[in-house]
Write a protein that binds this ligand. Structure first.
Ligand code: ADP
Ligand code: MG
Length: 366
């Protein structure tokens, strides 16, 4: 089949997938279930160590599965070798061979498969044309810009005619400016090729910018699956609200709620109603001012809050550190938070959750 006319993209289905690296240790991935729509851009998002790469490597066939199944287009690929799965991997900072030309980098996996030199160069040249790199086929990676290297890496992954492209933190080694350019390009390529992309990142911003579907992971479990809009506007759990950022988690008598910090109202102490708080930080951020606060009547772990004020509102009524204020919000902007992902072997309902406290987040986010 021609490399340029890829077969229709496939849906990936993950069923009770588990990875335990060593007996007696907690599983790195704990019986997760996930279905990824055909032709969609899926981001696995979560703090360092939550099991994103392990999940991706099991899908790629670079890591054995402890139990569970991986299906691609209803075909069980769980125990197939990596090269027979219909997946391809694009690595961090592209991992091109520095001593090979762009053409030979792209042709490399065909060389490993014993495809003749003429044929592999023909197909590599065709793919480089496809990513608008045909004219630079003889350059080595060091003679290419970051964007050009990314396109070579993409062509190299595509030469195996994958139906699913797997990307493990492909942008995290780039400087911030290039990272934003490259992610826009990845999104364009995904739409253009119509392939299923599964992209691992620890960056909320990156996942929100790219994903059709975001999968938020925490300690080997999936906390929430949804569009970026759903996840940001309706975080399912305290973990998701805190990890996504931009939310205040508040303990009310009937349970925890999350309120976006740009949906909070702030008023001087004598002029408003709501929670009493003291301003601890005032940070100018350009279009808005971020005000950090300490709530007067909250448990220690729930004491911090923030309010994002439009620059104009702040200019109209500036606040300063140490000032006593009141915080309020509209009921419509409050999101009730559920318990989040429950471990499969969780005790019966009614007993306390075995999940670790959220204070673990700070140490995991390194
Ligand atoms: P992420 O990609 O989300 O940062 P990983 O999937 O790399 O997380 O790791 C999940 C957990 O599994 C971590 O606790 C990590 O230390 C552990 N882990 C990852 N790879 C190995 C390995 N090869 N051997 C043993 N433990 C591993
Ligand atoms: Mg990783």
């Amino acid at each position: 089949m021609d490399a340029v006319t890829a077969p229709p993209p496939a849906a990936v289905e993950i069923v009770a997938l588990t990875k335990r690296y060593a007996a007696g240790t907690p599983p790195a991935v704990d019986r997760i279930d996930l279905r990824i729509a055909s032709g969609s851009y899926c981001c696995l998002l979560g703090p360092s160590g939550c099991g994103k790469s392990t999940t991706l490597r099991m899908v790629a066939g670079h890591e054995s599965v402890s139990s569970g199944d991986i299906l691609l287009d209803n075909r069980n690929i769980t125990h197939l070798p990596a090269a027979a799965r219909g997946t391809a991997m694009m690595f961090q900072s592209f991992a091109l061979f520095p001593h090979l030309s762009a053409l030979d980098n792209v042709a490399f996996s065909l060389k490993m498969k014993g495809v003749s030199r003429v044929e592999r160069h023909r197909r590599a040249a065709q793919l480089l044309d496809r990513v608008a790199m045909g004219h630079l086929a003889q350059r080595k990676p060091g003679e290419l810009s970051g964007g050009q290297q990314q396109r070579v890496a993409l062509a190299r992954a595509l030469i195996t005619e994958p139906r699913v492209l797997l990307l493990d933190e492909p942008l995290s080694a780039l400087d911030p400016f290039l990272r934003i350019q490259m992610r826009a390009e990845l999104r364009r390529w995904q739409q253009d090729l119509g392939l299923t992309f599964i992209h691992v990142t620890h960056s909320q911003e990156e996942a929100m910018a790219l994903a059709d579907t975001m999968v938020v992971m925490n300690q080997g479990l999936i906390e929430q699956v949804g569009t970026p809009h759903e996840v940001y506007n309706h975080p399912a759990s305290e973990f998701v609200a805190r990890f996504m950022g931009g939310h205040n988690v508040l303990a009310l008598p009937h349970g925890l709620i999350a309120v976006r910090n740009d949906h909070m109202r702030i008023a001087p102490e004598g002029e408003g109603e709501g929670l009493a708080a003291t301003i601890t930080d005032v940070e100018y951020q350009g279009t808005y001012v971020l005000i950090g606060l300490r709530l007067a009547d909250a448990a220690p772990a729930m004491r911090e809050a923030s309010v994002q004020l439009a620059e104009k509102s702040f200019a109209a009524r500036p606040y300063s550190v140490g000032e006593h204020v009141r915080l309020s919000w509209s009921a419509a902007d409050a999101r009730a938070l559920g318990p989040g992902a429950i471990r499969p072997e969780a005790p019966p309902a009614g007993t306390p959750s075995v999940r670790q406290p959220l204070s673990a987040l700070a140490t995991m986010a390194a």
